[in-house]
Design a protein around this ligand. Structure first.
Ligand SMILES: [Zn+2]
Length: 258
């Protein structure tokens, strides 16, 4: 019922927004210890665009996936259709979010199921259609939400869920790989956010452990940021804060083992 009224609301207030015309289905997978959801839209033909889907969604992330689908269909409507395998980017939480939402869309054929044929499946950037749930995308989303507001405790819960979902790995030694901190390599943004939140909660030891994890995931960022702290923390009297102290006293190359 709520969905119906909220559709009407959008149709009256923002008649061009797909939100007012779309239905979103959340289909539960096979019963198991933890059934996963297939969440997808219906109604995009009105805008001459394919419907979109995300598969294997953990139950607790259904609401976030719902929100991302609406941002994606809005981007497709305004930016034009994408060919299968193309990449889509956008700041979907706020203009100044630290990481960017980035994903690849693949067209999925279902000749036996005309109602769901030709949908575009959202997966992590560069991944195959069968790769399932876009963990990196959702981790960046949770991280962006945590960055925008909330008490340190609330923020910490979101960063922790993002890390549980996608712990990430230390950066590869091969430094020729392109460096784009905004794409959240190794999910370093969640580790860094959690470090800040824990230090705000006076859990400094665990906070610094998380900071080390952030640094080994994105050394190129850490080198720049370390210099920034060295140049600026003393000026604003912040050199005694636990995080600033750590940046000033530690050598990044040593921490990443180079
Ligand atoms: Zn459906």
């Amino acid at each position: 019922m709520f969905h119906f009224f909220s559709n009407l609301f959008y149709r009256c207030v923002a008649p061009d927004h797909p939100r007012g015309w779309l239905d979103v289905h959340a289909v539960r997978g096979e019963a198991g210890p933890e059934p996963l959801l297939w969440i997808h839209s219906h109604g995009m033909e009105r805008f001459d665009r394919p419907d979109v889907e995300i598969i294997d969604v953990p139950l607790d992330l259904g609401g976030h996936v719902h929100a991302i689908l609406f941002d994606v269909v809005d981007a497709l409507k305004n930016g034009g259709p994408l060919a299968s395998g193309e990449e889509l980017r956008g700041p979907f939480v706020s203009q100044d979010q630290r990481g960017i939402h980035v994903m690849t869309l693949h067209t999925i054929r279902r000749p036996d199921d005309p109602e769901h044929d030709g949908f575009q499946r959202i997966v992590d950037r560069g991944e195959a259609p069968e790769s399932g749930f876009p963990k990196r995308l959702l981790a960046t989303h949770l991280c962006s939400l945590a960055d925008t507001k909330g008490s340190p405790g609330d923020r910490e819960v979101r960063y922790s869920r993002a890390i549980e979902l996608f712990p990430g790995e230390p950066a590869p030694r091969d430094t020729s790989t392109s460096f784009e901190p905004g794409t959240n390599p190794g999910n370093f943004l969640s580790w860094y956010g959690r470090a800040e939140a824990l230090c705000d909660l006076d859990e400094v030891d665990e906070g610094l452990r998380c900071l080390r994890q952030a640094i080994i995931r994105c050394p190129a960022w850490a080198r720049k940021f370390s210099q920034h702290i060295r140049d600026n923390a003393p000026k604003r009297g912040g050199e005694d804060e636990p995080l600033s102290k750590f940046w000033i006293e530690n050598d990044i190359d040593e921490l990443v083992g180079e």
